[in-house]
Design a protein around this ligand. Structure first.
Ligand SMILES: O=C(O)CCC(=O)C(=O)O
Ligand SMILES: [Fe+2]
Length: 348
């Protein structure tokens, strides 16, 4: 975000709000704080102001990639839901996502509840699906006492750092995912198993195979029932997308996180090894679009590179972070104690 652009927006906000690009780093995220008693204290007034300023927030988001609204009286999840109302919801919802999420109120859901001690690698939400949210927003209902920052990462910079050989291959061949959703009768062998090897019943919210198949078709999956009662799905994505508004090409897939996340967490590696003993089919495999293997050595540098670029700040109660899902990736630092961060998936 250049100085002139920021000044123009600051002028347009007048005395209502203060804009502060986050330091250290290159100004990611951009913080916006209310500067009048009314916007600071009156929830209805703040929500109306945020809705009215949407065109400006949209423009800022395209340059900044992520905006944190801090100090507005977004006291409860229902206020966050009202904030989200001024955006089009991501209409399919969290269908065929990799983790379980609880609905909190309206379109507000819980975040991925990976155990607190583990680090969640940086990813763009639902990038493994042909249709995915263009934007997402997080809300801090209760900040953790220690750790637990939502890391964010400039994917423009990350795209420039992807190995050019890998980039060209993905551009040419795309990416293919083969997933396997467990049969509902399988007993979990570890608490993480329920989270990371979801059943098709839990994933598609039905115990009717025909309904599950229809849900799969709706998100672009081919399906095949396996003899152990599990459901295999196949889908293709480009892996690199052209941003709908800026025309930039950005890396947009989760192949590194899918293949190598266990390595970020020694405890998780042990769990994965344990799971592998009990299941014959892996839950998520990605290859090039033609089925050719993506060499691991091309993927290995990606997660560390994303973490190196990552910016972290501490959550405060009431914060809303709006993210352009193409331009900014997100992950989570380990934490202790309680942490209540919530999420909505948005379209335009
Ligand atoms: O908990 C967080 O900060 C991020 C979690 C996350 O990536 C998600 O729920 O999509
Ligand atoms: Fe996420």
């Amino acid at each position: 975000l250049d100085k002139a652009g920021l000044q123009a927006t600051a002028d347009a906000f007048g005395d209502d709000a203060v804009l502060t690009p986050y330091e250290p780093g290159r100004g990611l995220p951009l913080f916006i704080q209310p500067n009048t008693a009314k916007l600071y204290e009156d929830t209805a007034a703040a929500l109306a102001w945020l809705a009215e300023k949407r065109p400006m927030l949209d423009r800022l988001l395209l340059t900044a990639g992520a905006i944190v609204l801090r100090g507005f009286p977004i006291e409860r999840s229902v206020h966050f839901a009202r904030f989200a109302d001024s955006y089009a919801p991501f209409e399919p919802g969290y269908v065929a996502g990799t983790v379980g999420r609880d609905v909190i109120v309206d379109q507000v859901m819980s975040v991925n509840t990976l155990p607190p001690g583990l680090l969640m690698d940086i990813h763009q939400e639902m990038a493994y699906l042909p249709r995915h949210p263009k934007r997402i927003a997080f809300y801090c209902r209760m900040p953790p006492v220690s750790g637990g920052a939502t890391m964010i990462c400039d994917m423009r910079e990350a795209t420039a750092r992807i190995d050019p050989v890998l980039f060209r291959e993905v551009e040419k061949r795309g990416i293919r995912h083969v997933r396997n959703f467990a049969a509902p009768s399988r007993d979990p062998v570890h608490p993480l198993l329920a989270q990371y090897r979801r059943t098709w019943v839990d994933t598609f919210k039905t115990d009717d195979p025909a309904v599950a198949e229809a849900a799969c078709r709706a998100v672009g999956f081919e399906t095949r029932w396996c003899d152990d009662g599990s459901l295999e799905t196949i889908n293709h994505i480009p892996g690199i997308v052209t941003h709908p508004h800026t025309g930039e090409q950005v890396w947009f897939n989760q192949v590194a996180a899918i293949a190598l996340s266990a390595r970020s967490n020694p405890e998780m590696s042990k769990v994965m090894a344990e799971i592998a003993k009990h299941v014959t089919r892996p839950s998520f495999v990605s290859t090039y679009g033609d089925g050719g293997e993506i060499p691991l050595e091309l993927l290995e540098p990606i997660n560390p590179m994303l973490r190196e670029l990552a910016v972290t700040f501490s959550w405060s109660h009431g914060d809303i972070m709006l993210i352009d899902n193409y331009l900014v990736g997100h992950g989570r630092m380990p934490f202790t104690g309680k942490r209540d961060i919530q999420v909505v998936l948005l379209d335009e």
